[in-house]
Design a protein around this ligand. Structure first.
Ligand SMILES: [Cu+2]
Length: 374
């Protein structure tokens, strides 16, 4: 025990332990693999990601969805990082931390990444009834110290007026709920469905949600544009790939974006290997950020037209995939199986379609296999 070797071992162990403790102490607030967002009624950045993420350079967006267009032009990372609109160490003083007019960007948080969310205008609104559901996706299993749902007061018009705290009415508070009590989604994510009721409302309004995550003093702020009087679609969009693709069929799966301005890893172009058999699949990373990345799989039909397709993505370990669009995903062991959405199963001979997904961690290339019905 008192041998020099043993003592040196002890000392180095202590030094190592201290270094590890210091690393924990001095680490910047650890970015979780994924955080979360209100996916229904979709918040501004989640909605723009959902509708346009697969074709964010399509100029049609400028006329069809001008508020999303200005957001993508201002900073595409507000959409790629749709799950990161949060502040830290607000200590519950949300009104003190976020000035009027900046509520939708969380007080211009994250170096201004989300500033375009504050732009006043005719954002696409989700039709809802006076009883509706706020779906909060928690991709990192933070759980909640509390969730507050506000609705803008009658008379406030988000199309013409910047949002102030005094425009809001608190309509629902969800108390402390650990992630284990939320609904499990694919991979790590969980989701909470929050029933909300108001009365006598019609027309445009904002639903404002504050999610106080439980792992740190980390609070999230979401503006969801709504239109009272419509009825909520029966299947609200969900980031759970096993439930539904998160891009609506009206968004046609156009060819993949040729480049992503947000990519910190340059998009690796798919090798153009000739397709043998019924179909082929290639993988590319279209965008990445600290803690996650966006992948895209291109499915190409062989020498015959196909009616439906299925791609298996096999990883060395647990698949990191969080959510997908333009395909339905199921996970079993190390393999994710992607099947076409209703609108992109049919592919002409030699033609391609694609689906995308978000994943945790550093970009990993899966082993792909494609099968199709002809
Ligand atoms: Cu987080």
């Amino acid at each position: 025990m008192s041998s020099p070797v043993r003592r040196r071992y002890l000392i180095s162990s202590i030094v190592a332990a201290l270094a590890a403790a210091a690393a924990v102490l001095f680490a910047p607030s650890t970015p979780a693999a994924a955080h979360g967002n209100v996916v229904g009624p979709a918040s501004r950045n989640y909605g723009c990601f959902e509708r346009w993420g697969s074709k964010f350079q399509d100029p049609a967006m400028a006329t069809e969805d001008p508020m999303c267009w200005q957001a993508w032009q201002a900073n595409p990372n507000a959409m790629w990082n749709w799950n990161g609109l949060f502040r830290e160490n607000v200590a519950g003083n949300h009104e003190g931390a976020i000035p009027d007019g900046q509520l939708c960007s969380g007080g211009r948080t994250e170096g201004g990444r989300y500033n375009a969310m504050d732009t006043v205008g005719d954002w696409k609104a989700t039709n809802i009834g006076n009883s509706f559901t706020v779906s909060l996706f928690d991709g990192a299993r933070h759980g909640a110290d509390y969730i507050r749902v506000y609705v803008s007061k009658p008379g406030y018009n988000p199309v013409t007026t910047a949002l102030k705290w005094s425009d809001l009415e608190l309509v629902k508070t969800v108390p402390n709920t650990p992630a284990a009590n939320w609904t499990q989604q694919l991979a790590n994510g969980v989701q909470q469905e929050i029933p909300v009721s108001v009365s006598g409302r019609s027309g445009r309004a904002l639903v404002y949600t504050i999610w106080q995550a439980s792992h740190l003093d980390q609070s999230y702020y979401f503006c969801s544009d709504v239109n009272f009087g419509g009825s909520q679609p029966p299947t609200s969009p969900s980031p759970s790939p096993s439930v539904s693709p998160s891009v609506s069929p009206s968004v046609s799966p156009s060819s993949s974006p040729s480049a992503s301005p947000s990519a910190s890893v340059s998009p690796s172009s798919s090798p153009s290997t000739p397709v043998t058999g019924t179909c082929g699949a290639t993988f590319a990373v279209t965008s990445s950020w600290q803690g996650g990345y966006q992948g895209e799989v291109k499915v190409t039909a062989g020498s015959a037209a196909i009616k439906s397709w299925r791609v298996q993505l096999t990883y060395p370990g647990t698949p990191p995939v969080q959510q997908a669009w333009n395909a339905t995903l199921t996970t079993s062991g190390n393999t994710v199986t992607a099947t076409n959405a209703g609108y992109n199963g049919a592919v002409a001979a030699g033609a391609s379609t694609s689906f995308g997904f978000l994943a945790n961690g550093a970009a990993a290339t899966p082993t792909l296999s494609c099968s199709a019905t002809v």
